[in-house]
Design a protein around this ligand. Sequence first.
Ligand SMILES: *Cc1c(COP(=O)(O)O)cnc(C)c1O
Length: 452
Amino acid sequence: MTSDSKILLSESEMPRNWYNLVPDLPSPPPPVLHPGTLQPVGPDDLAPLFPMALIEQEVTTERYVPIPEEVLDVYRLWRPSPLYRAHRLEKALGTPAKIYYKYEGVSPAGSHKPNTAVPQAFYNAAAGIRRLTTETGAGQWGTALAFAGAQYGLDVEIWQVRASYDQKPYRKIMIETFGGTIHPSPSNLTDAGRKILAEHPDSPGSLGIAISEAVEVAAQHADTNYALGSVLNHVLLHQTIIGEEALLQLAKVGATPDVIVGCTGGGSNFGGLAFPFLREKLAGTMNPTIRAVEPASCPSLTKGVYAYDFGDTAGMTPLMKMHTLGHDFIPDPIHAGGLRYHGMSPLISHVYELGLMEAVAKTQKECFEAGVTFARTEGIIPAPEPTHALAACIEEALRCKETGEEKVILTALCGHGHLDLPAYGRFLAGDMEDHALSEEAVATAIAGLPRV
Ligand SMILES: *Cc1c(COP(=O)(O)O)cnc(C)c1O
C-alpha cells in the first residue's frame, strides 16, 4: 500500500506563532547601517516607511511572535496549505527517495507572498496608514499586496519591472481586479524613474529600480508606507508559517527530511520553509542538508560578495550586509522574474556564512525541463521560480537512484505557473535561451559596491 498523496492539517491545527531564527543562531546578523552616518539604523530611521509593529518584528530577539487573530482569520482562506508526497514524480524518476512538496499555489495570489502581504497590510492599517506602495517583478508580490490591501481597506500602488509588465499582462488585470494600481517601472512618476529613463529610454527595469520608485513615493507622503515582499527579517518571519506547518505534516507520517531545497530570489520562501527545520537542526533533533537554488544569471549567493550594499538601485535604502552582485546590477530578463534580485536576504546571507546551509545555481532550460516533468507527473504547472528548486530535487533524487539511498527530500512549491504559460510556450517551442553570468560580468557588477 502506498502512503497518502496529501497530508493535511485542520484549521485548528494551524500554527499560531511565527518563528524567529535569530535568537537560536550562534551569533546575530550584522546590523543594518544608515547610509549617511554608517551607524546602525534605529526605529526612527525606518518610521517614514514602516509601521512600528513591523519595525519591532524586524529587530525582535523573541523566539516566537504571536500571529494576530485578524491575520489568522484571513490565513484560513487557504491555510494550512497541503503537503504532497510526489509519488508519481518518484515513480517516473525510478528513485528510492521520498519527495515531499509544500504547495503554496493554493493562496489567492497563487504563491507564498500573501503569507506576509496580509500581516503587513494589517499592521499598516492598524497604524492608520491609508496607502501602501511597492515594487513587483513577475507580479506575484503585487498581486498578493493588492489582495491584502482589499482585506483591510488600504490603497495599494505598485511599480512593476518593465520586462515583466510586458511579458505578463494578466498580472496587471489580476492586481486591478483586487483593487490595486499598477505602473511599469522605470516610470515618469518619480525622480528615480525619470533619471533612469533619461539615460536608458528602453530600460527593461529591475527590482532595484522599482524599489527606488516605490520608496520615493512612500517617503514623500505621511499617509503612505512602503511594503517589501522579500529580503527583510519581518518578511522571512511571516513566511515561517510554511515550515512550521510542514514540520507538523511530516510528523504525521513519521518522516524527517534529509535534504531541504528551495529557490531563492530574496530568500523568503526558502527561509520560511527552512528556518523551523534549522531550529531543529541546531537543537540536534534532526540533521537535514539545507540547499538554496538560484538562477545562474543572478547568482548572488554562489558568485556575489558578502558586503554592505543598498537594497535598491538609486541608493535610498539603508545598507544591508548581504551576498550581492551590486545594487546597479541588472540581471538578464529570465522568466523567473521573482529571482532577478541583486542581493540576498541579510539573514539568509548570515546563515550561509555560518555554514548552516549550501547553495547551487541552475540555468533556465534545466529548470523548465524539471517544471515540465513535474507537470506531467504531479499535475501542477509550477511558476518558473520553483522550477529551480524542482531541478535540484530531481538531481538529488537521481543521485539517490545511483546510491540506493531512501532520502527524504522536502521542497516548497512556492507558486503555480498559470500566468507564466508564455514562458512554457517558449520552452516547448525550443525557443528559450540559457543565461549564465560570466566571471567578468560578476567582477564588473560588484566593482560599484559602496565602500563601507
Ligand atoms: C517572489 C517569488 C519568489 C522569490 O522570492 P523569495 O523571497 O526568494 O521567495 C519565488 N517564487 C515565487 C513563486 C515568487 O512569487
